[in-house]
Design a protein. Sequence first.
Length: 195
Amino acid sequence: MSLVLASQSGSRKAMLEAAGVPFEAVPAAIDERAFEAELDGAAPAAIALALARAKALDVSAAYPGRLILGSDSLVSVAGRRFDKPASREDAAEHLRFFSGQVMELHSAAALARDDTVLWDHAALASLKVRALSERFITSYLGHEWPMVGTCVGVFRIEARGVQLFESIAGDHFTVLGMPLLPVLGALRDLGELAS
């Protein structure tokens, strides 16, 4: 297989490794905030999908003939989109806003080869954030910062981030940041994995 993951995301790499999918990781050179600004007003799922496609196409230009996997995740709470926190205080502000609300996590993936998107998919997980006290937020960031600084939603579900939630509706892999089961299905359909 000649799969290239257009990301340096630790969770996305771990998912592919655990699933036994051989790949190499090459991050895309996309200014995500500028790209999102161009899509202002679009639905969060559409933005996540457009970013996944853009990442796959960006890396595809440098790797002719190779299959490129782009992925992106986006969080929205009460109609407001959130990016990765810029600082620890920014992370605390995000957590205060999330407290007691439903977080919608949109994860998307796209496969491209030779500047053509062959497949894409977007998935949604809904995460009910419990009421978070200031004491908890301080303690949580004391343990999880700076690792959660690279995470939309300010959490790693595989670590202490699980303590933020009362309930989760949606696929576990979507919560981790990539709709893995549809990706594996697409890789089989494209003949890249045994069916």
